[in-house]
Design a protein around this ligand. Structure first.
Ligand SMILES: *Cc1c(COP(=O)(O)O)cnc(C)c1O
Length: 228
């Protein structure tokens, strides 16, 4: 971890924005993509520099780190996303942080627990259903063939969870065809869920965000390319 100067971060951000622009235009000139800057590998000062350059939405993959950063940067009008696996014993902490979007709701079981605690705290949370699109053993998320039913089940039985769409992490491989397939699988589910009110399809990280956008992603989570 190192402190990056403003001009350095500006070049990184410009490059990512330019790549987004080139990819999104292949989908449609009306296709808008939101960029979430993932700060988990970088220092908090680099986050405030990126804010000064115009970036507003940030993501963290651990509740503790999210809490520290939200606290350190509370003066700034930032949008915060939780993007990592949520352990059951951290649910209350996350609720108290009131993140804008919790992207990693990865099972019916977690949804039930989260809903219970949201009810007792009399609040709601915006969430995405995480899909394990390539059915990888090490990855969390629901199976693609169960995603549609689980999404509806959560909507019916967890009224304090506002489901906004889906999230996936691209297949862990160098084989671009397989990565593309995992994005297409997720985007197909998203298309079906639009009738259920889904509006966010979160796919793409530093190594694969242009491919994800071409497959229909409208929210990307980028860390290393911004803070390298
Ligand atoms: C770390 C992380 C990212 C960003 O990864 P980079 O490869 O650094 O861009 C995106 N999504 C999730 C869920 C992550 O944990």
């Amino acid at each position: 971890m190192a402190l990056l100067d403003k001009e350095h971060l500006r070049r990184n951000l410009d490059e990512v924005i330019w790549n987004i622009e080139k990819a999104r235009i292949t989908v449609s000139e009306h296709h808008i993509v939101q960029l979430i800057a993932v700060g988990k590998y970088t220092e908090v000062d680099n986050i405030s520099t990126l804010y000064a350059l115009g970036q507003r939405a940030f993501g963290e993959n651990q509740v503790q780190q999210l809490k520290e950063r939200m606290g350190a940067l509370e003066e700034l009008p930032l949008e915060w996303h939780m993007i990592g696996s949520l352990q059951k014993n951290k649910i209350n902490n996350l609720i108290d942080l009131r993140p804008n979007l919790m992207q990693s709701l990865d099972s019916m079981n977690l949804a039930t627990e989260l809903n219970k605690k949201l009810v007792s705290k009399e609040t709601k949370m915006n969430c995405l259903l995480q899909i394990n699109a390539a059915a990888e053993a090490k990855k969390s998320g629901v199976k693609p063939d169960e995603a549609f039913d689980i999404y509806q089940q959560i909507k019916e039985s967890c009224p304090h969870i506002n489901l906004k769409g889906v999230m996936t992490i691209g297949a862990h491989t160098k084989d671009e065809k397989r990565i593309q397939k995992s994005f297409e699988t997720t985007h197909n589910i998203y298309e079906k869920l639009k009738n259920e009110g889904a509006s966010i399809c979160s796919m793409g990280m530093s190594s694969d965000y242009t491919l994800a956008i071409k497959c229909g992603s409208n929210l990307i989570r980028v860390g290393s390319s911004l803070f390298k």
